[in-house]
Design a binder for this molecule. Structure first.
Ligand code: THU
Length: 142
């Protein structure tokens, strides 16, 4: 499927989706058994993956999206082109509220989030659609 956002090529989307789907295999989710894989494409053309990591103290667990963005930022990346998230359900799941705010810190309103279902079909929404009227770094006085 061709991407709707011209900032990402069909080939990049193909790699992004494959890596997000493959990242589900890395999920540590013994409690929910709900695997989530994520992959970010950086503006420099690198792919950074994440998966959900749960905890015996349930609220301590972390979503795939935050693992991916945390990993990318710590690796020195600050500019991102797209995110893909993959789950084993249909229709595709979308990032939780906490993750939307976390992602928003590093992305523009037009940033695309591709959400893949168990069959590999996707829905894509922009960050502004997922988190309208959001609060971000520019809202803080310098
Ligand atoms: N989860 C994610 O990793 N990303 C989402 O967008 C939604 C939920 C994880 C958290 C938990 O490990 C499991 O899915 C069930 O909620």
């Amino acid at each position: 499927m061709a991407p709707i956002n011209p900032s990402i090529s069909a080939q990049e989307l193909q790699i992004l989706s494959t890596k997000a789907i493959e990242a589900k295999a890395s999920a540590y989710c013994p409690y929910s058994k709900f695997r989530v894989g994520a992959c970010i494409l950086t503006t420099s053309g690198e792919f950074v993956v994440g998966a959900n990591v749960e905890n015996a103290a349930y609220p301590v667990g972390t979503c795939a999206e935050r693992v991916a963005f945390g990993t990318a930022v710590v690796a020195g990346h600050k500019d991102f082109k797209a995110l893909a998230v993959a789950t084993d359900i249909r229709p595709a799941a979308s990032p939780c509220g906490m993750c939307r705010q976390f992602i928003r810190e590093f992305t523009s309103p037009s940033f695309p989030v591709y959400m893949y279902d168990v069959d590999g079909s996707y829905v894509v929404k922009t960050m502004d659609e997922l988190l309208p009227d959001s609060f971000g770094p520019d809202n803080l006085p310098h």
